[in-house]
Design a protein around this ligand. Structure first.
Ligand SMILES: C[S@@+](CC[C@H](N)C(=O)[O-])C[C@H]1O[C@@H](n2cnc3c(N)ncnc32)[C@H](O)[C@@H]1O
Length: 201
């Protein structure tokens, strides 16, 4: 698709994408990656949480948008995935203080992070937990902070009312949750597999 190929990826991103393929974890598509970088830059996000590190493709995009002193806290339950992400961070030449990788189940880790302490939260892990991740994100974000949720269109299944499988239903519910929450200013960005975004008022 033209919009997904509009910006090309450099070798560091392509190698991270390759490692993701080897590990079987799906990274953000280039169009969504570019939007994440843009959001991090526009918000001048110094403190970012990523739920679902994978092999670090989304992390690289976020870090490229964040200011030099920004710190990405990224959580994944799979140590192998985080090991691959760390390879990508070192190829990128990032100082070790720019990333805080935490291994564990996100719902165990997130409650330990500071209320209102974050400028951007990116949700990209197990879909069944998305509603709980949105609740946590609302607590973690400062006023004016940005929420971004990947796979919000879930291979176009969310838009098809005939699709009633569990994952599609949960993601559809998350869409409603974000759209109807008076604390949020939402926008559905049809990049990649759909990036549902919102600013916390
Ligand atoms: C779609 S991949 C993340 C891709 C990554 N954000 C990127 O763009 O490269 C989803 C990741 O979520 C992780 N994951 C699944 N369930 C999790 C959980 N309960 N807590 C934390 N991480 C989880 C998986 O191990 C996997 O690495």
């Amino acid at each position: 698709m033209y919009s997904e190929g509009f910006l090309t990826e450099d070798d560091t991103l392509l190698r991270a994408r390759e490692r993701a393929g080897q590990l079987g974890c799906t990274p953000v598509l280039p169009g969504s990656g570019a939007v994440l970088r843009l959001l991090a830059a526009a918000a001048q996000a110094r403190a970012v949480v990523e739920i679902g590190t994978g092999a670090g493709v989304g992390s690289l995009y976020l870090l490229r948008g964040m200011p030099e002193e920004g710190v990405l806290t990224t959580i994944d339950v799979e140590i192998e995935h985080q090991r691959a992400a760390k390879e990508a961070f070192s190829e990128e030449g990032l100082r070790s203080t720019r990333t805080r990788t935490i291994s564990g189940r996100a719902l165990d880790v997130l409650p330990r992070l500071t209320d209102g302490g974050y400028d951007l939260v990116f949700v990209d892990a197990d879909k069944e937990s998305y509603p709980a991740y949105v609740e946590q994100a609302l607590r973690l974000l400062r006023p004016g902070g940005v929420l971004a949720i990947d796979n919000a269109l879930w291979h176009d299944r969310v838009a098809d009312p005939a699709r009633r499988d569990e994952v599609t239903t949960v993601i559809r519910e998350v869409g409603r949750m974000v759209r109807d929450d008076a604390r949020l200013l939402p926008a559905m960005i049809p990049s990649g597999d759909g990036l549902l975004t919102a600013v916390k008022r």
